[in-house]
Design a protein around this ligand. Structure first.
Ligand code: ZN
Ligand code: ZN
Ligand code: FE
Length: 739
């Protein structure tokens, strides 16, 4: 007999860890206690040495999915305490347990088995869940996390469910949303006019989909619009009705095998697809077809993540379009009545249920890079799980950017970043944003002392921060956009800095009042220097050039002295610098190149030029001349533009030119980093900003930098685009307070 003293550090509170330990201890035949501490949990266990070792071995393997075990300390002693049983001790430091709220988790294997088992009392029940799966964040109204404070509060448990709930050895022990057909919510089907239809709701929805209709389906964090993915005429109708002419749709596949028929799926990608978080994974298309789903080289694919989705597929569909149900960039619809009203004329039917969605949470969207998520949108399945930040103080509210808005609140050691919010320019979205900030503050018991926001005077997030700081007498800090990107990437990787930061995006408010976005910064959390950039591009007509890409191409040609048909209007504007603001945004250079090559001249969604240029590019080793000069060290793209024009006129294939364009940017970036290292001795390069959603760059640039001996860091836990910005703002504010 021996006694083991065990300390487990990490995120192990509020994730079902203690009941898990209780079951494992019982299984191993041990006695002792567990209690929460400020950094994790502490255990004392007594029993046979072999049983203790078996416990330690099973612990990391069988721990709850959300638990993050960072470090375990283990000490054996033969001084026995003689524990009679196993106890969960209540400790004084319960603060963190109350802090952590689980994200929504996809249906688990056990529940899936029961769902398909005719003998089970939850056979084909669309709301089956357990301790390891089901809705969480999206149904919580308030803390502490108890059934009564969730959407399940209006569904009292039946005796059978209640028994499971109170049995610590049952896999539904303390599963707040636990329910069954006797006591839980139910589904129903409405026609396009909102009239309830008689019959089995799921069969009605399946029949409608099979007929080629568009069906609104209520999911975990909002409604989807679903339709067959295999019929271009159907998706065409959906595009028309939703006024989404060209933007790719996400699809849901029945299983990984179906996904594999449409896309290339690596082992790591399959693990993401089938994992418990179930994001939409951007997969490389197979050669033929699916142009009606996505016009670029990738398709966003997810697998069914609720029992309702599983039942909806049955064996009748391989793939369905599943696009967020919202109107022109307003937040995703979540309430039944609202959906029926707003989707009139868009949805032919509604598969709904009576479990309310408290909190919107869109599907997460990522690539699989280096075997793990690389986020374009971090939302369902991830939020509101925190990013652990050693030494970070609490009480900071970072207000984020504007278009891909998110916010971030801190508690000591943790940063809680919000779900995808959307474009704040929209009134409903802004209200959603403000309401979610208050919701997070209440859920995590955070009263901000410091507000931090962008320096852009027109961002609505800036206005929010300014107003609130004034009204509540809070400290306010404004942070330069690309500095926040740099800090976000540092914090994402736990770097102390300083680093060289390549921050490439479309638009950000620069310290000199112009628009930045092709930046090579040197610095850390507290300060930065603009070491390099790109030659600014005059945007003819300002914002109009962000849509009308041929305006950018015109400016590029003119600056590069390439012959072109004169546009008198543009010439006048450029000559007089009239409404032609300068931008060093990398996104604009992509836009201009896309228009130059005839890949895209009129963008219908943000980033479309860059996305299509990436899709058009073919593999090549060639590149164009790189000219770097001045201070800041600017990449002068005029030589490149001239060479591109020459190639184009010579009839070099567009894909080859697009490939060379990408390679040229990689070489320019490496050149800047080498110069920065020469001057500062810094060998770490952080990549951040929306342009790094380009997978050609993400494969070639790190490789090229590593070849020069750099250590390269990119985002891992938050999005590389503006959604990740709030984390950077928060850590900059933390560093400033620290001083
Ligand atoms: Zn389950
Ligand atoms: Zn029940
Ligand atoms: Fe940005």
């Amino acid at each position: 007999m021996e006694r083991a003293l065990i300390k487990i550090h990490g995120i192990v509170q509020g994730v079902g860890f203690r009941p898990f330990i209780h079951r494992l201890v019982a299984d191993c035949g041990l006695r002792g206690f567990i209690k929460n501490t400020s950094s994790g949990v502490e255990l004392e266990l007594e029993g046979e040495r072999a049983a203790l070792e078996s416990f330690m071995e099973r612990l990391p393997r069988e721990a709850p999915k959300l638990a993050v075990i960072e470090r375990t300390e283990l000490r054996f002693t033969d001084e026995l305490a003689g524990y009679p049983d196993f106890r969960i001790l209540q400790s004084k430091t319960e603060a963190l347990r109350d802090t952590l709220i689980s994200p929504d988790i996809a249906i688990c294997g056990d529940c899936l088995r029961e769902l398909n088992d005719p003998a089970d009392r939850r056979y084909r029940y669309p709301f089956i869940n357990c301790t390891n799966c089901g809705p969480r964040f999206t149904i919580i109204k308030d803390v502490p996390y108890d059934r009564i404070k969730t959407s399940m509060g209006s569904f009292p448990m039946c005796p059978d469910c209640d028994r499971e709930y109170h049995d610590i050895l049952n896999r539904r022990y303390h599963a707040q949303p636990d329910c069954c057909p006797d006591c839980g919510p139910h589904v129903f089907y409405l026609d396009g006019e909102g009239r309830e239809q008689a019959g089995d709701a799921i069969t009605l929805a399946q029949d409608a989909l099979a007929r080629g209709e568009i069906v609104a389906v209520k999911g975990l964090g909002g409604m989807h619009l679903a339709c067959r993915a295999d019929d271009p005429a159907v998706t065409e109708r959906l595009r028309r009705r939703k006024q989404r002419d060209e933007k790719p749709f996400a699809i849901m596949c029945r299983d990984a095998a179906c996904a594999r028929r449409l896309c290339h799926v690596s082992e790591a990608e399959e693990a993401l697809l089938t994992g418990f978080r179930r994001p939409i994974v951007l997969l490389r298309k197979r050669e033929s077809g699916m142009e009606h789903i996505s016009e670029n080289g990738f398709i966003g694919v997810m697998l069914p993540y609720t029992p309702l989705h599983v039942l909806l597929f049955g064996d009748r569909f391989d793939a369905l379009v599943m696009t967020s149900a919202n109107l022109s960039d307003t937040p995703i619809l979540k309430d039944n009545d609202d959906a029926v009203e707003k989707l009139r004329g868009i949805a032919d039917g509604f598969l709904l249920h009576n479990r309310d969605i408290q909190t919107r949470c869109d599907d997460s969207l990522c690539w699989c890079l280096g075997g793990a998520e690389y986020f374009a949108r971090r939302s369902r399945g991830y939020v509101p799980f925190p990013v652990k930040l050693e030494g970070c103080p609490g009480g900071i509210l970072a207000c984020g950017a504007e278009q891909k808005a998110s916010f971030c609140l801190t508690k000591p050691g943790y940063a809680f970043q919000s779900q995808h919010i959307g474009d704040l320019k929209n009134m409903e979205t802004f209200e959603h944003y403000a309401a979610q900030i208050r919701h997070f503050e209440r859920l995590f018991d955070i009263r901000p002392r410091t507000l931090v926001c962008d320096r852009h005077p027109d961002y609505l997030s800036t206005a929010y921060a300014l107003e609130r700081a004034e009204a509540e007498g809070l400290r306010l800090l404004q942070v330069q956009h690309h500095h926040a990107h740099l800090a976000a990437c540092m914090a994402d990787n736990g770097l102390a800095g300083p680093v060289v930061g390549l921050v490439w995006d479309g638009t950000g408010y620069g310290d000199d009042g112009t628009t930045w976005g092709g930046e090579c910064l040197v610095g850390g959390y507290r300060s930065f220097e603009r070491f390099g950039s790109i030659r600014p591009i005059p945007l003819i007509g300002g914002d109009r050039a962000v849509k009308e890409l041929e305006r950018v191409a015109y400016a590029l040609r003119r600056e590069a002295l390439c012959p072109q048909e004169k546009n008198e209007n543009y010439e006048r504007m450029l000559d007089a610098s009239l409404n032609c603001p300068l931008s060093s945004g990398m996104g604009r250079l992509f836009d201009g190149a896309a228009a130059l090559l005839g890949v895209k001249s009129l963008a219908s969604y943000e980033g479309q030029g860059a996305v299509l240029l990436e899709a058009a590019a073919t593999e090549t080793a060639e590149s164009y001349p790189v000219v770097l000069e001045g201070e800041p060290l600017r990449f002068d793209w005029r030589e490149m533009v001239r060479a591109m024009e020459t190639d184009r006129l010579r009839g070099v294939p567009t894909g080859e030119i697009a490939g060379r364009f990408h390679n040229t940017l990689v070489r320019a970036a490496v050149g800047q980093c080498l110069a920065a290292r020469e001057k500062t001795g810094i060998n770490d390069v952080a990549l951040s900003g929306g342009t790094f959603q380009n997978m050609i760059l993400m494969h070639k640039l790190p490789a090229a930098l590593e070849e020069e001996g750099f250590r390269v860091w990119r985002h891992r836990r938050v999005s590389t685009n503006d959604e990740g910005l709030s984390l950077g703002q928060a850590v900059i504010a933390a560093a400033m307070e620290d001083r």
